[in-house]
Design a protein around this ligand. Structure first.
Ligand code: PLP
Length: 430
């Protein structure tokens, strides 16, 4: 079980594993195997019947992945986790685990574009309706809720707006109505723990800060174990009525001896079994390496980003800098409430010279990488109007927070003087 009482710096090194039971290896081995020998037919039957927990087949579970799952669950203050092949798979599983055709869920409008597309278009083809609402007023979530609403979904620190989501306020509304809040915490691991503020489920694209080195694609879902699915029987038939895909198991009942893990066990043994989007054990190993230094890196990421935001806010060619430290009013209050250990490493800014200046700025960066990614140890930059958002009309771009001169930075852990020098040179040319 997760060692929740320890500090994050300790949890990421020690949770869920001491040494390899077979070899005593201290580093977590990569169990690159598809299958596992059953002791006998009774053992096999017990595993398939969930009477005993153990390894069957790597599409559904793997000992290397298990260590990553236990560590991320402990880091987030949850009870169990499920590693998946990408962040996109984690977002899909998070919703599909409790929503089927005819159901709906309510999501914040401030979402990563890939998630938005998955929710607005792909889930629609499956008969699942996503109702997008503006998170500036938490009550919008209540207003969009009806008897077929199965969950709320939002990002802690969405870009490009970087306005922190009102986690506690929306979680409270959800708990009044029996609706769990699912938080994408990709941009804010360690610095925010959504479960502490009432969220029920957390997901990450581990591709970003958890991996930290831009080597592997992965995702993870964490079950907070803090939502009473049984109390809201009518809202969650998929967890409270016999599941024909698993010899009639009622998940809230079948998982009781294992603790409050109905949601995550169902996701593993039905969705992962059927959809087949597992994380490879090699990538789990890479994420375990990344996780070990995550709290350290987040400290430097956040510290550097604060300094970059301050520096850019005084630059003559910049009209606006977007960073939680520079926000006012409600947005500032939310940032201070929910980002308790740092304000994140994303910084946005607008150039006076518009789209042309944005392109020139990017083309004159020497150290920053020009990539469509965030959360790497290296500093990254992108000009959304000419890349990720170029298919949208100027009006649509504005709705998502992207103006022609907007540039997004993902600040890395290089020395701050080198980061600022690279930005200053590119700004001089913009
Ligand atoms: N959530 C957020 C906030 C992201 O930024 C991304 C990817 O950029 C994803 C989810 C999707 O993750 P992946 O690329 O690992 O599928």
């Amino acid at each position: 079980m997760p060692t929740n009482s320890k500090h994050p710096e300790t949890v990421v090194l020690h949770s869920g594993y001491r040494s390899d039971p077979a070899t005593n290896a201290v580093a977590v081995p990569i169990y690159q195997t598809t299958s596992y020998q059953f002791r006998d037919t009774q053992h096999a039957a017990n595993l398939f019947g969930l009477a005993e927990l153990g390894n069957i087949y790597t599409r559904i579970m793997n000992p290397t992945n298990d260590v990553l799952e236990q560590r991320v669950a402990a880091l987030e203050g949850g009870v169990a986790a499920l590693a998946l092949g990408s962040g996109q798979a984690a977002s899909l599983f998070a919703v599909q685990n409790i929503c089927h055709a005819g159901d709906n869920f309510v999501a914040s409008t401030d979402l990563y574009g890939g998630t938005w597309n998955l929710f607005a278009n792909t889930l629609k083809t499956m008969g699942i309706e996503c109702r997008f609402v503006d998170p500036a007023d938490p009550e919008n979530f209540r207003r969009a809720t009806d008897a077929r609403t199965r969950c709320y979904y939002a990002e802690t620190l969405p870009n490009p707006k970087l306005t922190v989501f009102p986690i506690g306020e929306v979680a409270k509304i959800g708990r009044e109505l029996g609706v769990p809040l699912i938080m994408d915490n990709t941009a804010s691991p360690v610095i925010c723990r959504p479960l502490d503020h009432g969220a029920a489920i957390v997901m990450h694209s581990t591709t970003k800060y958890i991996g930290g080195h831009g080597t592997s694609i992965g995702g993870i879902l964490v079950d907070g174990g803090n939502f009473d699915w049984e109390k809201h029987k009518d809202r969650f038939p998929m967890l409270n009525t016999p599941d024909p895909s698993y010899h009639g198991a009622v998940w809230t009942q079948a998982t009781k001896p294992m603790g409050p893990v109905a949601y995550i066990i169902k996701a593993r043994v039905t969705l992962l079994r059927d959809v087949g989007a597992p994380m490879s054990p090699f990538n789990a190993f890479m994420f375990i390496q990344g996780l070990e230094t995550l709290p350290l890196r987040m400290r430097v990421h956040c510290d550097n980003a604060d300094k970059v935001a301050q520096h850019l806010s005084k630059h003559a060619k910049i009209t606006k800098v977007i960073h939680p430290t520079l926000m006012k009013g409600e947005a500032k209050k939310r940032a201070e409430t929910y980002l308790s250990r740092g304000m994140g490493a994303l910084v946005g800014f607008e150039l006076k010279g518009g789209a042309d200046a944005g392109r020139k700025f990017i083309d004159n960066l020497k150290m920053f990488y020009h990539v469509a990614n965030i959360g790497d140890a290296r500093s990254l930059a992108i000009h959304p109007a000419s890349t990720t958002h170029s298919q949208l009309t100027p009006e649509e771009q504005a709705q998502t927070g992207v103006t022609p001169g907007y540039v997004r930075l993902s600040i890395g852990i290089e020395h701050i003087e080198d980061i600022v020098a690279d930005l200053d040179k590119a700004l001089a040319a913009a």
